[in-house]
Design a binder for this molecule. Structure first.
Ligand code: AVJ
Length: 320
């Protein structure tokens, strides 16, 4: 059933729905209620995330863009021309042009779970790079993906920007990195954005901006549950919280009940006490050692590392 990326599309539409319901119900039955962060990114969530990348407190997007724009010559030298760039979770592909113009690639394969977003971004990019073949694939990058036949014989460069690897606990990140290696094949490389450990106030502000965009992004998950899973969550009784968990080196997002509430999801009843939370996202931060260790566990060997001028964020190059 998984011969090509394109054939996966119809199956995924239903599969995504079923997986969403299963993940939400299972997570809401836990003592610490928790929903995997990937479900934050429906079309509305993806749009809100794009908004987040423009807010003043959210430094990762700007820091990573600075690296991609200013270190192009070094990327070109380390990576070489003629690779098919496979972007995992491409979203609106905002960071891609900087990379593509630096390294002279043979093709671009944006891979994303949100289909409408994906096609719009692919069209945009084709317009910017007229000679470059673009093959969008609508798929869940957590699973092995069959890449389009057109890129079968090209060496690959996996591109995983944004620090999204940090949204996974170490075991899951390791599995994903190994899966990416299988998707990309022998002789491939991986360019991955990894956010760095820093001052707690800076980290917490980045995930709880004064303008409330991140709060909207988090609350959108509750709205999505109400819309897609027949939920009755009183969204106005929830509030957004971002907290640094020092022992686990991560920023956590929670939805906190302002008062005791009861509601249904997909016909099942749930209750939350005042102050109880739904844990909706982890954003792990790294230092040089923990970053290298994570990549090595995923069977990738780090061979290059670039930081922005304020040393807030890193982009790491690894080879299979
Ligand atoms: C998707 C990994 C880039 O964890 O920083 C931003 C998601 N969540 N603000 C991150 C996010 C809240 C983001 N990444």
């Amino acid at each position: 059933t998984d011969k090509t990326g394109l054939k996966l599309v119809d199956l995924d539409e239903q599969g995504v729905d079923r997986a969403f319901r299963a993940d939400v119900l299972a997570g809401m039955r836990e003592r610490q209620k928790a929903i995997p962060a990937r479900w934050l990114y429906d079309d509305a969530g993806s749009q809100l995330y794009e908004d987040i990348t423009r807010i003043p407190e959210y430094y990762p997007a700007r820091a990573e863009t600075e690296i991609l724009q200013q270190r192009g010559a070094e990327f070109a030298e380390a990576i070489g021309p003629g690779r098919a760039v496979v972007e995992f979770g491409s979203g609106s592909s905002v960071k891609t042009p900087a990379l593509l113009s630096a390294i002279d690639p043979a093709a671009y394969v944006p891979l994303d779970i949100a289909g409408d977003f994906l096609r719009a971004a692919a069209a945009d990019l084709s317009a910017k790079f007229p000679g470059l073949p673009v093959y969008p694939v609508e798929a869940d990058f957590m699973r092995r993906v069959a890449l389009p036949e057109e890129v079968a014989d090209m060496p690959k460069l996996g591109f995983f920007p944004g620090g999204t690897i940090g949204n996974m606990v170490a075991r899951t990140a390791t599995d994903l990195l190994r899966t990416m290696r299988e998707t990309l094949g022998e002789g491939s490389m991986l360019l991955v954005g990894m956010d760095l450990i820093k001052d707690t106030a800076v980290l917490e502000a980045a995930y709880d901006d004064a303008g409330g965009v991140t709060a909207e992004f988090n609350l959108n998950l509750a709205r999505r549950i109400n819309r897609e899973l027949d939920g009755t969550i009183p969204v106005d009784k929830l509030k957004h919280e971002a907290r640094w968990n020092d022992s686990r080196a991560r920023v956590e997002m929670h939805l906190v009940a302002r008062e005791a509430i009861a509601f249904e999801i997909a016909g099942e009843e749930f209750a939350m006490a005042a102050g109880e939370t739904i844990h909706t996202e982890n954003s792990h931060k790294f230092d040089r050692r923990s970053a290298d260790k994570q990549l090595l566990a995923g069977e990738w060997t780090p061979i290059g590392r670039w930081l922005d001028s304020e040393e807030r964020f890193s982009v790491v190059l690894a080879e299979a």
